[in-house]
Each structure stands twice: as C-alpha cells, then as structure tokens.
Ligand binder design. Structure first.
Ligand SMILES: Nc1ncnc2c1ncn2[C@@H]1O[C@H](COP(=O)(O)OP(=O)(O)O)[C@@H](O)[C@H]1O
Ligand SMILES: [Mg+2]
Length: 320
C-alpha cells in the first residue's frame, strides 16, 4: 500500500471576523489512529471540512496523499469520511442508500453488501434509514465511508451520543482500520475517549495547534504527579527532600508536604536512609480531563453552550 497521509500546512479559515482555524500545520500518518482533540468551537470540523474540500481555506493547504481533495480522480477510493451521520435520506433503505452512493461514484455494487457486513448492518439492510437509531445511523455512515475501500479516513466526533457499547465498538473499529495500514483521523472533545482510541494526538484550541505528540507523551507531560508526605518530624523531612533536589510545598492545614518530581519509592527510600518515620506516603497523578482542562482553559470559546448530556463540556465550563 502506498504511503497514505494527510498533510496540513499553514491552514487558516476566517468566517467574517471569526478566526476559526489559525495557521495549523500537522501530518497524519498511516497505520495508527490519530486523535484530533479540542473543546467545542476549537475548529476541528472546519479543519476536516477543508481537508475534504468542503470549505475553502483562507490561507494554507491541505492535501491527501500529496493532492488537494478536488484533484483526486475518484475521491471515495482515496478518502472516506463521516462528518454527520444524519444526512441520510430517511425514506431510503440502508442498502438503497449505499447502492446509490456506489453507483454515483462508479464503485462496484457488490461492495455494498460487504460494507454492510463490516459494520454489522446486514440484518437491517432493507429497513428505512429514517428509523435508525443514532448508533445504527453512525454504522451506516461508516459503511458509506468504507465503500470505496479508501486508504484515508476522517471521522468527526463519531462517538457523540452513542451508548457505551456503541462507543467501544467504534473505538475497536477505528483501531482495526488503522491496523490494516489506513490513515485514520478522528476528532473528539473528550480526552479520555481519545486516550483510549488514538496513538497520536493533535490538540487544538481556538483554531491553534496546542500539542502534537503521542498520547503517552501528552499524558506524561500534562498530568503532574505529586506525592503527599507526612511524618512526626516534618521539618527534617522537608530539609531531606529539598537536599535531594525534590520540589516541596507545604500544606499547612494538614501538616503535609506535597513533593513533585519524585516517586513514592524514591521518597520512602530516602526517608528510611535518613531514619525518618513516615505516617503518610501517597502518590497522586492528575487525571487526563484535568490536564486537558488546564491546557485549554483559556482556549474555550463558548460559555454556557455545552449540552446537558456532555459532562466533559460542562466541566470545561466550570473550569473557566
Ligand atoms: N459556516 C460557518 N460560519 C461562521 N462561523 C463558523 C462556521 N462554521 C464554523 N464557524 C465557527 O468557527 C469556529 C470553529 O467551529 P468548528 O470548526 O465547528 O469547531 P469544532 O468542530 O472544534 O467544535 C467556531 O467559532 C464556529 O462558530
Ligand atoms: Mg465539530
């Protein structure tokens, strides 16, 4: 398979006075799931629409396998996408919908049954898509994205509104597509979900690039580990830690030291070597959502627009 990838360079989009996407540059590589993360309004959908030739950039370029979308001869054979699952004609059956897509894109009709099988919709192929649940509509959208057996796939918030079972199914599905060597870009505003799905993580806020690294690097960098240390000889403990080059702050109300930059093992060993008793030694790692909130706290555009069903968006608001 030829090297399939998405390349975005200096990509910028203005809507009137709103700078929706601000000089974004990144590469999406094949063989792994790349997460595209940012709070609501960060510019994820606009970026994806520009990659897919649906929005015209104000500046910069987006290419797929080195070509802009509009230059692709048979676009569905190169790139599949799911931006909005509800665009299906409600009175058309799942099978008819895909058959129409296949015919209008010069794709073999035999592929329709194949993709219906891939997404687990074979049994409801003849049912009207209008009666589909959100989860089923998402599966139908995925089937459409896969119709041309493309090397590159873009999914915009594919797990929004799905039940836990549907979320796990989609997550595994994306990982399988990547394992087949495809280039997979999937957006979300939920860091925990992304950390379970993606290998690489591109984080944006207010249209700007905040971070581009592996998920593990991002988590290590963003979540601060601290250790709570308490003992009868607090002053001696503090002096010992400081001498070892460990950052210490006091939590006076509880007579506890909060150390950072060392593990519980290291601190326990140091205390033993100094003959200092410990009454408390507890590690704490900041949560992923905490890290994401800290990082994007000043990047959240909308206040008061988070949906009720979206706890992460609510906590993002509570933060600011
Ligand atoms: N068609 C449009 N016209 C005007 N503003 C838009 C349009 N589409 C998006 N925006 C604005 O661009 C910004 C980014 O939106 P969007 O790309 O949808 O973010 P995300 O997908 O990360 O939630 C927001 O401020 C949004 O209001
Ligand atoms: Mg969006």
């Amino acid at each position: 398979m030829l090297v399939a990838m998405i390349e975005v360079k200096g990509l910028t989009k203005k809507f009137g006075s709103t700078l929706a996407v601000d000089d974004l540059t990144f590469i999406v590589k094949p063989g792994i799931v790349t997460g595209f993360l940012g709070p609501n309004g960060a510019g994820k959908s606009t970026t994806m629409r520009m990659i897919l030739g649906l929005d015209r950039p104000t500046a910069g370029t987006a290419t797929i396998n080195g070509q802009p979308y509009r230059a692709l001869k048979q676009p569905l054979r190169t790139v599949g996408s799911l931006l909005d699952a509800k665009w299906v004609h409600p009175n058309r059956s799942a099978h008819a919908h895909l058959r129409w897509m296949a015919a209008s894109n010069n794709l073999p009709v035999a592929r329709v049954d194949e993709v219906l099988g891939l997404v687990g919709l074979s049994d409801v192929a003849g049912k009207n898509a209008g009666g589909f649940s959100l989860g089923m509509a998402q599966r139908l959208g995925l089937a459409g994205a896969l119709l041309g057996d493309p090397e590159v796939l873009l999914f915009d918030e594919p797990v929004n509104g799905l039940d836990p079972e549907g979320i796990v199914w989609i997550r595994k599905f994306m990982q399988q597509l990547a394992a087949e060597g495809r280039t997979v870009l999937v957006s979300s505003h939920l860091l925990t979900e992304m950390s379970l799905t993606a290998h690489q993580l591109i984080v944006i806020g207010k249209g700007r690039l905040i971070s581009d690294s592996t998920v593990d690097e991002f988590v290590d960098r963003s979540t601060k580990s601290t250790v709570r240390v308490r003992g009868p000889r607090l002053d001696a403990l503090r002096a010992m830690l400081q001498q070892a080059g460990i950052d210490v702050i006091d939590e006076p109300t509880t007579n506890t030291l909060i150390a950072s930059g060392a593990s519980t093992d290291q601190i326990g060993d140091l205390a033993a070597a100094s003959g200092l008793a410990l009454h408390e030694l507890a590690g704490h790692t900041g949560s992923l959502e905490e890290a994401f909130m800290n990082l994007t706290a000043d990047q959240v555009e909308f206040h008061g627009s988070a949906s009720e069903s979206n706890p992460a968006a609510q906590s993002l608001e509570a933060q600011s």
